[in-house]
Design a protein around this ligand. Sequence first.
Ligand code: BGC
Length: 382
Amino acid sequence: MHSKILTLMVAVTVLAGCKKVEQGGVGAVTTQEFGKTEKGEVVNLYTLRNRNGVEIAIINYGARVVTLKTPDARGRLADIALGFDSLKGYEGPNPYFGAIVGRYGNRIAKGKFTLDGKEYTLAKNNGENSLHGGLVGFDRVIWSGKTEESNGVQKAIFSYTSKDGEEGYPGTLNVTVTYSLGNNDDVQIDYHATTDKATVLNVTNHTYFNLAGQGNGDILNQVMQLNADRFTPVDAGLIPTGELKDVTGTPFDFRKPTVIGSRIGDKDEQLTLGKGYDHNYVLNRSGSGLVMAAKAVDPPSGRALEVWTTEPAVQFYTGNFLDGTVVGKNANNYAQRTGFCLETQHYPDSPNHPDFPTTVLKPGEEYKTTTVWKLRFVDPAK
Ligand code: BGC
């Protein structure tokens, strides 16, 4: 027993040591031009780097995460976020790589909802539904960006004012998203918003992760754990039916670490609807603080990601609609299931489901949510 503990301690020291020696480097926050939009607007790249070499870079077009570098157990860095080398890629057709999505992350059925007796009609961009904010959502607007640094924590802060009626949503909305990186290798994302008229809001980040490194094959052999006893089944248009279904005995049970691809071939109606996982998981929680939503590991490298959130749910999406037509960083074409998303959120279509936790924001209230990505590593598989 004693010697086992000793071996473990030595191993941990060696892992930590490798990381330090190979990464070195001093934390830094930098701002540089990333490119110009087709309309000629300058877009900047804000890079936060801690003393362990962990790096997150965000552009103020869509407040998108364009780089997320993190070491594995041997200290080797990889960029685990799918994306593009230049602004042109982000401006072109792509499924929300790295983006902040809003006003309403995920779908609102038939692009309609009623609030205080008034019906609102939204821009439809997903069959008959409205997805991720509509035609020009938060992912395709220019945010104002700035950086701050204090006590070893670096921040990139993005603000945007969404006009009353934008994409059909009521109220002038002031929204701020802050990405912070500390030397503990946690990326914290804080969302804040206020409105001058009652509206609905559900803002999240749509990064596609591949813990083996973007461009390094699919994510089917990576291991996922989700802290959820229930999920919200969907209809053919991926709109929740309203049921909160127990995951027990279904391919949706990720309460124990499970290989992502192990059940994707199952002929479960819910799985085939989304061509894989594309479902909202209801998080187990008591109270409203941060809870662990998900933990993912890439066994060969040991790279791991924990997602913690104040939100009630997480959309686990296995990149089912990626089809190799999008050419990303280093000319990698992103084929089906080469990245997964963990979008912390309120349930899809909540404005049309009075039983779901509310997404209404009223004047005088503050919208405040936090999600943390804990970038970690474990002993790699032998
Ligand atoms: C949705 C998917 C959609 C993807 C990209 C996810 O959040 O749940 O259905 O295809 O985003 O738009």
